[in-house]
Design a protein around this ligand. Structure first.
Ligand SMILES: NC(=O)c1ccc[n+]([C@@H]2O[C@H](COP(=O)([O-])OP(=O)(O)OC[C@H]3O[C@@H](n4cnc5c(N)ncnc54)[C@H](O)[C@@H]3O)[C@@H](O)[C@H]2O)c1
Length: 344
């Protein structure tokens, strides 16, 4: 395959930055990032350069601004897009639904309109296991029906998938894959990039590592009375590098015309359900640190338990999950130590 150009939206963010590293390691791709640093910093690009030795082209634009977004397509010949840019905090989406509907939907409408205009035919979309809501049967596979979404955030992912499916029906030469991530955690093995939210994080692992390093006095476990084996929520944690490699495989698959259908969805999870207390225990084991935590109230919008059947992505794209929960916690901790030492 000749060298291809990939536009990565949200490339300065957590999963976007790790995916750029994997795309550059692949050597078949030139990467352009579009991000306006709502939840990230341009320093992510310097860190990517340190890891890969490669400088990427980047645009500081809000994807909801269609005119600014159009400039990227006008100035570059793009072969495929990986669309990460979105707001992602479930709790915040319950408090500020319109902020989520506006950003997550308008950016995708603009992306698809511009793909149509500039004849870009391959898109990978960041979806989420939150589309499944509170499921009756575990593990969850791609045929599990989607109920009414538990949060505005989850609804933006359901809408995003429907938009892609409808667009693909009308544009038979356009190809899209939606990857439904379970719970991405951990960081690159170099510890030079990782989860780097602006302000206090909303996700469990940066709260664990941030508490252990002394940024936050105590971790509050959100609910200890769920009907699970230890009363805390169960999630399918997956290493961010495993998520990143799946994107490279999915993109290769589309660009090499291996897809039989022009729209498809895949779960991306490890297949293992881990409770919040088990995640804390894994962290304490690999870091040698005792975590100060208490059990608090449930958070609106959180589902009780979810973990994946990821056999479809394994069988079709040849993807394999390489990292276990210990490796996820170890790399997350190494990143926390690195970013604290370097004042990030
Ligand atoms: N991290 C998770 O737990 C998780 C789980 C499932 C799905 N996802 C999805 O994966 C994608 C990436 O998540 P992440 O964890 O890397 O989040 P992130 O917040 O670290 O990265 C998203 C990036 O997109 C940028 N962005 C957001 N809106 C933008 C806009 N309008 N214009 C330009 N840039 C914009 C942000 O500045 C940020 O750098 C999101 O779509 C998210 O919903 C994440």
């Amino acid at each position: 395959m000749a060298k291809q150009t990939v536009l990565v939206t949200g490339g300065a963010g957590y999963i976007g930055s790790h995916t750029i590293v994997e795309l550059l390691a692949n050597n078949n791709y030139d990467v352009i990032s579009a991000d306006c640093f709502f939840n990230s910093s341009p320093k992510a690009y310097t860190q990517i350069e340190q890891i890969t030795g490669k400088k990427i082209k980047s645009y500081n634009i809000d994807l909801c601004d269609e005119k600014a977004f159009d400039k990227i397509f006008a100035e570059n010949k793009i072969d495929g897009v990986i669309h990460f840019a979105a707001f992602k905090a479930v709790g915040e989406s319950v408090e500020h639904p319109l902020k989520y509907y506006h950003n997550n939907i308008a950016s995708l409408v603009n992306l698809l309109s511009l793909c149509e205009k500039h004849k870009v035919q391959n898109v990978i979309f960041s979806s989420s296991c939150s589309v499944y809501g509170n499921v009756q049967k575990l593990p969850v596979d791609e045929n599990t029906p989607m109920p009414k979404a538990e949060s505005p955030y989850a609804y933006t992912k359901q809408i995003g998938e429907s938009m892609l499916e409808d667009f693909c029906k009308q544009h038979t030469t356009f190809n899209a894959i939606a990857l439904r991530y379970f719970n991405p955690v951990g960081s690159h093995i170099s510890a030079k990039i990782g989860e780097w939210p602006l302000g206090k994080p909303n996700n469990l692992v940066p709260l664990i590592t941030g508490t252990a390093i002394g940024k936050y006095p105590q971790l509050t476990v959100l609910g200890g009375d769920y009907p699970t084996r230890d009363g805390t929520c169960i999630r399918d944690y997956i290493h961010v590098t495993d998520i990143a490699t799946a994107h490279v495989l999915a993109l290769n698959y589309l660009l090499e015309h291996k897809n039989k259908s022009n729209y498809d969805v895949y779960n991306l999870g490890s297949g293992n359900g881990v409770s919040v207390l088990e995640a804390i225990a894994a962290f304490e084991k690999v870091s040698g640190k005792k975590l100060n935590y208490k059990i608090g109230d449930r958070r609106p919008g959180d589902v009780i338990a979810v973990y994946s059947d990821s056999s479809k992505v394994q069988n079709t794209l040849g993807w394999k999950c390489e990292h276990d929960i210990d490796s996820m916690m170890k790399t997350a901790w190494e990143w926390e130590v690195y970013r604290t030492q370097n004042n990030f």
